[in-house]
Design a protein around this ligand. Sequence first.
Ligand SMILES: Cc1ncc(COP(=O)(O)O)c(C=O)c1O
Length: 426
Amino acid sequence: MKIDNAAIVSIAREYGTPSYIYDGDQLIKNYKNLVNALPKFVDVFYALKVNPNVSLVRLLRNNGACTEVCSITEMEIALKAGSIPEDIIYLGPCKKDYELKRAISLNIYAIVVESEIELERVSNFSKELNVTTNVAIRINPDFSAEGSPWKMGGRPTHFGIEEQRAVQNFQKYLDTPNVNVKGIHVYNGTNILEATSVYENTKYILELYDKIVEKYNCKFTMVDVGGGMGIPYFTNQNPLDITEFKELMVPLFSKFHEKHPETRIIMESGRFIAGTAGYFAVTVNNIKENHGKTFLVTDGGTNCHSAAAGSGRVVKRNFPMQNISAPSNAMKQIYQVSGPLCSPDDIVGRNMELKETKVSDVLLVGFSGAYGPSSSPGLFHSHGFPAEVLMYEKKSYLIRKGDTTSDIMNKQIMVDVKHQDELILN
Ligand SMILES: Cc1ncc(COP(=O)(O)O)c(C=O)c1O
């Protein structure tokens, strides 16, 4: 983590903690790194699920990114950020009727249908609205991406239609009225650090595309090969070798493009673009010794950043973390860094080596730009979601207010049931 500690401490003090601080310059750099490693005819779609903040999406959109959304709210965010329907795809295993109808009426680039029932639904709604809707068929392939800690395909999941069934039934999909089947989509894994693994995965998908086109003699105009490019959170990991990635992917895509020049090739990416561009700032509220260990109790933990606390991970390794308030020559010490929750699992750093820490110091967790608030249980203990701040070209901007007590309480509706029971009993 190479950052301006003093600037971040003053941002953390100004906007309060816990808070997320994003480096807009790094975000754009990451996006461009990926784009520059791909041929011009491949479009990168930013996956809003990793971080849907409208200002970040806007920055990416201004630099050419398309958007992949998984709910109607993400779609509205993408539109507000300047995306156009032609550059939006909509995925997800449970699209509600009103969401589908909104996507259909917007005429987005493709609704990626995840089942035959969903295809029928899109067909029926399109008929009602008297339109033809562009769709892609999400396939769960008979292949799983090596090196992905989470296998999204190649095993039983609720994503897509399994490969053999899809290949067998494709004529039915092509014959479905009121839809235009543009092509296929596969998303197979996440946080992959081996370029060869992304390559093998992509090759498989492009061959699957060819197999279906040849079998049904159909004209497709889209293939979405997913992505899953990762970042090295832990000390035992190496970053994705982007030069190797480029050397492998450019010839692969170029060969495909020569054969199918009309086909829009889509890669999706979230973590690679946003992950290293975000920090999570917390303030040390308390320091205590307990059973031989020194605990730094901070004001943000699993509730704001469940990924850093290792939720869902069997092996809980530490995200990079620094004490950015301590003087540069401070001695180092081993700490357990906890959040504010009454849960023994609310530990953001285990046996963490940090500069000697005092109450009120600010700690910064790196690699926090992806899957932070968007995948954390922000309402646990009713703390609410943290503020988010964007640093861009040496200026800082509040881009999400932290939840307040009234934000949370105003959503609740108090029904005095006990009082009514008493009335009935009397
Ligand atoms: C369909 C789809 N697209 C894109 C992503 C983003 O993946 P990543 O953050 O690995 O780039 C995911 C993550 O689960 C996904 O399921």
